[in-house]
Design a protein around this ligand. Sequence first.
Ligand SMILES: Cc1cc2nc3c(=O)[nH]c(=O)nc-3n(C[C@H](O)[C@H](O)[C@H](O)COP(=O)(O)O)c2cc1C
Length: 351
Amino acid sequence: MATKRAIEKRKDEHLDLCVNEDVEPRAQSTLLECVHLVHRSLPELALEEIDLSTRLCGTILRAPIVITGMTGGTERADAINRDLVSLAEKHGLAFGVGSQRISSEGAARAASFQLRVIAKTALVLGNIGVTQAAKLGTDGVEALMDSIGADALCVHLNPAQELIQPGGDRDFRGGEAAIANLAARLGERLVVKETGAGISPRTARRLFDLGVRTIDVSGAGGTSWTRVETLRTEGEARALGELFSAWGTPTAACVAGIGGGGLAVIGSGGVRNGLDVAKVIALGARAAGMALPFLRAHQNGGIVAAETLVRSTLDALRTAMLLTGSRDIAALQASKPVITGALREWIEGLA
Ligand SMILES: Cc1cc2nc3c(=O)[nH]c(=O)nc-3n(C[C@H](O)[C@H](O)[C@H](O)COP(=O)(O)O)c2cc1C
């Protein structure tokens, strides 16, 4: 078992790399540039009547944004999580904590996970990796969720990151059974998420068969965890990491390829502004997820900068909704964007 200092050091290193380094490889795009919302010159709507609310994990969000899981359990995480969850509470967004593995290993500071004092109504999502979930068992995972008063749980999948991380997991068997057991217990309170390499339509169908009803695609084109781990390695491991830095299914291809089909989809991975949010919803997502932009805004300008990001994102989303004649999220989902270029090929290839 890693010591508290070793885990805390690794987590701080991850935060520093994400804030300061180039962790979004230019060689891989989200392909959201191939999604064109169609302008409506006669929208017959007033900006004030646009309804941003959406339903996720049995809860109504006032706006379709999830601040997806990044951190927790360390001194630095306290301020990040408390500030970001307070914004989720104020603006009716959802908030995810980072992996609770650190708690399950008894090495966490509790404060950054004790968010219920602030988040009286916001949807709070717990987080654990699928390999740890399999080891902890359904009761153990539920206890971890209860320990922070989470409304729902994200189980994250990150095989690409693990394979590049020195000392990372190398055996991914048993994940399906763990997910099926959790789905049977938690129902729509279970979210299965990737961490930047994308959930393909095929994996999404498998998850649906296992009983999962909500997924966060976390596609390629945003933060790359193969890239982050590459930056922490040297020699042969570094060469392997470089080769896989742009690995994954682009965000737009994941969301468009999955196309709903009984799954509530969170479109994430490289979503950087309100127009990107509008595009993933127009491709079929129920909400959008963002991680890196909130971390960077917070680390560079505190809660004020993070709140500016919330406001500008919602302003741009409302603008795109009015200009597509979409009164609410369901209308935006049905708005039929034009899809061009590489995304069209990806969708055909994945079908
Ligand atoms: C600093 C940082 C830490 C992260 N830690 C976790 C984690 O513990 N668990 C998890 O499921 N995802 C984690 N992620 C992945 C994000 O939730 C998200 O899926 C991914 O970064 C893609 O979104 P983005 O391009 O907006 O950053 C982390 C992301 C960042 C930037």
